[in-house]
Write a protein that binds this ligand. Sequence first.
Ligand SMILES: NC(=O)c1ccc[n+]([C@@H]2O[C@H](COP(=O)([O-])OP(=O)(O)OC[C@H]3O[C@@H](n4cnc5c(N)ncnc54)[C@H](OP(=O)(O)O)[C@@H]3O)[C@@H](O)[C@H]2O)c1
Length: 327
Amino acid sequence: MNFDALVTEETENGYVCNVKERSFNDLPEGKVLIKVLYSSLNFKDALSASGNKGVSRNFPHTPGIDASGIVEESESELFKKGDEVIVTGYDMGMNTSGGFSEFIRVPEDWIIKKPENLELSEAMAYGTAGLTAGLCMRKLLLHGLKPEDGEVFVTGATGGVGIVSVMLLSKLGFDVVAISGKADQKDLLISLGAKEVIARDEFDHDMKNPLQKPRWVGGIDAVGGNILSNLITQTHQRAAIACCGMVAGLELNTSIFPFILRGLSLFGVDSAESLLEVKKEIWSNFASEWKLADINDQITEVSLDGLVSEIDKILKGEQVGRIRLKN
Ligand SMILES: NC(=O)c1ccc[n+]([C@@H]2O[C@H](COP(=O)([O-])OP(=O)(O)OC[C@H]3O[C@@H](n4cnc5c(N)ncnc54)[C@H](OP(=O)(O)O)[C@@H]3O)[C@@H](O)[C@H]2O)c1
């Protein structure tokens, strides 16, 4: 039996992405064959789909770093046909054929059984971006950050990680300040729970004085670069920042002073390689005390064919909210 998948190929005119028919023999080895019902578009998928060799070395390739669906065939004792499952990260969509497909075949230790009280569609409304926001939140809570401590920021606020971070911090009672490049999305960010929106331009300059007037007790940063450099200068005593992204730049120019004079903690998050147990914890939180009632409102749903134009948009930093693939 054949099925459809989005395939990126290297051509004389660069990398091109098209929906193509594939056979099960094209899928990699793995104990569990899963019928993909939903996947979601993340920044890393856009890099892979456009031929970024830092993400995917070999082409033709099917991107898609996450998926939710139903087990079709299993050689694993942990899963049986019909189980509803979620797969995120590890090598999926990087150098292992990914979720922008009607089927995936993956190792058993990449798979999580869908928690009760979370729909398969809802899981991919959060997707990897939401999981990452959740992992950042976990770092801040383990650090001991509490809503009464003061203001927290979220950068890249209208993007996938940002939007879930704003919603989650607000749901947990934090005073969230959204930092965004999209002035026209201020009302959206306020409606999601931000108490204030600041233009990202205010932070997009070289870091000058490493210790500025303190404002933040913490934050979730999805952009890096100058914006994170400058936010670090405005942290209160014992603040904590969780960082995960680099759309504003790969460099981080900072000083030792916020760390040794204000006790700042800067946590890194790598969702792909997070322990499966930790991923389970985050999904179970999204099915219970972290459940975001409005998460589906921030979703645009597309078919495999509809993904290509959305990939262009995310690469240009123009995406608002999340894109979910529905097969
Ligand atoms: N470490 C991990 O585990 C992990 C997991 C998921 C994602 N990520 C990374 O996190 C970042 C965000 O991912 P995402 O899926 O949320 O992407 P996204 O949906 O494209 O969102 C990124 C947002 O960043 C802002 N932005 C865009 N260009 C910018 C620029 N030049 N300078 C500053 N801000 C800019 C925009 O928001 P505004 O217009 O509102 O400012 C944009 O919506 C990416 O770098 C991605 O690779 C890392």
